[in-house]
Design a protein around this ligand. Sequence first.
Ligand code: URA
Length: 476
Amino acid sequence: MIEITFVPTFAHWQRAAREALQQELAPEEIAWQELSSHTPSLPIFEESTDASTGASTSTKQFLVPKKFVELAKQIALHSDEQRWALLYRILWRLTHGEPKLLEIFVDANVALAHEMAKSVRHDIHKMRAFVRFREIKNEDGSWFVAWFEPQHHIVEQNAQFFVDRFASMRWSILTPERCAHWNGSELSFTSGLDKSHAPKDDAIEGLWLTYYKNIFNPARVKVHAMQAEMPKKYWKNLPETAVIPALLNEAPARVETMMKSSGDKIAQDNGDVWMRAPVPETASLSKVAAASKSCTACPLYKHATQTVFGEGPKHATVMMIGEQPGDYEDVAGKPFVGPAGKMLDRALEEAEFDRAEVYVTNAVKHFKWEPRGKRRIHQKPSARDIAACRPWLEAELRLVQPKVVVCLGSTAAQTVFGPAFRVTKQRGQLLESPLAKRVVATVHPSSLLRQPDEESREREYKLFVNDLRVALKAAR
Ligand code: URA
């Protein structure tokens, strides 16, 4: 048995695995040994010039599908130490006569790899959804601190998301393994906190103040520890050095903006760009839904947890269109699962609709919000947000081909009929639009929740159910 000791990141494992392949070391001959003193950190990915080459050297070339490299990068963040051996078993088989192994989903190794990658992705989502900051005020102003316990090594991978979302705040996310800090211009990392020190609500303040002193005042104690954790240039708080990380931070966004400045552009404002969403040409609704998950056509994706695409049977007879996902939907990744969704369910039941037979979607697929304290307050999507997202809705209509479309609220109705449409005047009528032959517009279910008293809520609810019945009759 040969022991390979390595720093547990994808890049280091990849290097070691290449070496092992060169020496024709079979998986059962290797014991993968993580350097235990090393805190897992952001993998430094080596991109090969040929995207499909996961392992190559000057002596021998090993070709693996690009898919494997992507999968391996995710699995590298998993907390199970056995992941390296699993990856090598798959790599070995891919390069020893089973090049299509990844397509065999029932294979035990492949299934386990997908399960691990899914668990990592899930953890990343969970962290995005459930990190809650607590504001700490001191003489230098506010700092927001959150405590989170991820299951996998995802803190560094996920930190940029929080930088994008909370760029104007100064914050720290403390975890047992790794802590991320953003001081408004620099992102830095320090070692984690022992679980036994996990802060309770009132303990977090003292904890944070200790951290604050250690991290941002290099004249204080633990300077060597800090130097080991992050390069000197990042904690040296000189004005001229502060500009460089800020520029580096802005670089990806700038490149993105430049790339977007050609082609199917709708609008540009303050460095943000709105494009028509890039819907793939396919007859598969699930492929369109999958493509929507990486949509960056308008700036809303930057602050949303995920794309919330429509859901329901592919050939549903009724399609309901809302405005945009709310806070609950943004976290769950499903449309109409929050309070408005519950109201909709109730009314559908009363109108004798089976929600399982209805395709439910939104005019805009990302949650638009603004922070108010800890809360995320819904913001109405703008005309350009709606225009950028429209190709997804058009694709849903084209592929589902519902007999009747129900527009829930004025955003959906104006998306379908144009800006002059007034729900108050034309609700509950069977109408025709360029997007769909039979459309019924009604109010948004959340408007029922906002009624000032029981009586008006009951009255509005009945009208809403009546409008749904018009749609149901047309569908049948
Ligand atoms: N409101 C909407 O318009 N859509 C949802 O999915 C949830 C709330």
